[in-house]
Design a protein around this ligand. Sequence first.
Ligand SMILES: [Zn+2]
Length: 284
Amino acid sequence: MSSRRMIPALLAAAALSIVIAEAQQKPAAVSAPRIYVFEAGSIKGLDPQLFNFKREELKEVDFVNIAYLVVHPKGTLMFDTGGIPDSAFKPGGEPVTEGIMSATKPLKPQLAATGYKPSDLNYLALSHYHSDHTANANDFAGATWIVQKAERDFMFADKPQGIIQPAQYTALKNAKTRILNNEDLDVFGDGTVVIMSTPGHTQGHQVLFVKLPKRGPVVLAGDLYHYPEERTTGRIPTFEFNAEQSTASRKKIETFIKQNKAELWIEHDIATHAKLPKAPAFVE
Ligand SMILES: [Zn+2]
């Protein structure tokens, strides 16, 4: 090839490689739902009495913090965003401790390892507004936020009091929002990814049902329960927004689980998540 012809050829090759690189930035569409599990640290030093338990009644007192990404053929949904914001990590990447919460790695690099960026995601849902679930919520304000009306009303009330860090979710106020009125939502319209209203722990707590093709149906429980022992004893934490609602919501989900032969993943449960592959691996 003469040098006169070589330059346009090189330019064309360069342009092509840019096109390929751009195409590679977004992961290929999936053919069935999958769940990525992100490790968002832990909570240690909890008083079991807060949950109406004595120490000896619990197998494990400490919690893990978890966030999930659900990828469906028609789109993506982030469920919860961790307890320590990525901004708290120093460039050296040492573990961060804030009160009883700690984390060894930030969330967004784990998300990036799956091929997704916050700006790629279609939907964000929080199980609820407690600060161990909202740490990186602002990063997902480009997605459509799926939230129960009572939950949102509390989050943006004048001076909300509770286990909250409003600065972590202020950007959601102006996000495109799908507001639900104590209702469930079939997110992609085929029954495989469903937000289920479960008020009680907070005004508009919600859980997420995902029908996985290989593993089967799973309910991501948020804080409907904290310890597996709550499931067997029926005990309710001391700090519920409305304990009666919590009991009713648990009944709704237990019935659903039986009917659908679903697994329940308690979000803070160490044993549940110890057995699950972590992102960039996924559960399908
Ligand atoms: Zn929690």
